[in-house]
Design a binder for this molecule. Structure first.
Ligand code: FES
Length: 162
């Protein structure tokens, strides 16, 4: 994986930081930038963000671990967030979760051997009208049937090899 933040990104964040009253406003943006570059946020990413903002690593860690779309452990290229909140659950979310585990051959929290997919449970994705739903990275999919899951996985595999 590449460097955590490029020199250009650091300069851009410093410019934004200078215009802010509260450095904490940039924590999530910085963590997401690190994650975009590195695939996940290692300890040294937390320390880098803390140093840039004048915060302690613990203060950054508290925010990093609050958001389940910020990964503090390595994940696959396509982290799949499976909604397990009530609307998705009542409209077949469990079957979608079971199907994903079966076709990928992994359990929740695990990553496929090819490094492509990680399955993660998540609370409501804010798209209840399209339940059952998943998010792959920042892409939202729903309403889903198992055939849709197969199509999405095939598309992502094609994307990964193109
Ligand atoms: S309950 Fe699944 S998106 Fe809201």
């Amino acid at each position: 994986m590449s460097e955590l933040l490029s020199t250009q990104q650091i300069d851009q964040f410093k410019t934004r930081l200078a215009a802010l009253e509260h450095p904490r406003e940039l924590v999530v943006d910085l963590l997401l930038a690190v994650q975009e570059n590195h695939g996940w946020v290692p300890d040294r990413g937390v320390e880098l963000v803390a140093g840039m903002l004048g915060l302690t690593p613990l203060e950054v860690e508290e925010i990093a671990t609050f958001y389940d779309k910020i990964y503090r452990r390595p994940v696959g290229r396509y982290p799949i967030h499976i909604c397990d909140s009530v609307c998705c659950w009542s409209r077949g979310g469990e079957a979608i979760a079971a199907h994903l585990q079966q076709v990928l051959g992994i359990g929740m929290g695990e990553t496929t051997a090819d490094g492509l997919f990680t399955l993660l449970p998540t609370c409501c994705l804010g798209g209840c009208g399209r339940a059952p739903a998943i998010m792959v990275g920042r892409r939202f999919y729903g309403p889903l049937q198992t055939a849709d899951v197969d199509r999405i996985l095939a598309e992502l595999r094609r994307e990964a090899t193109s």
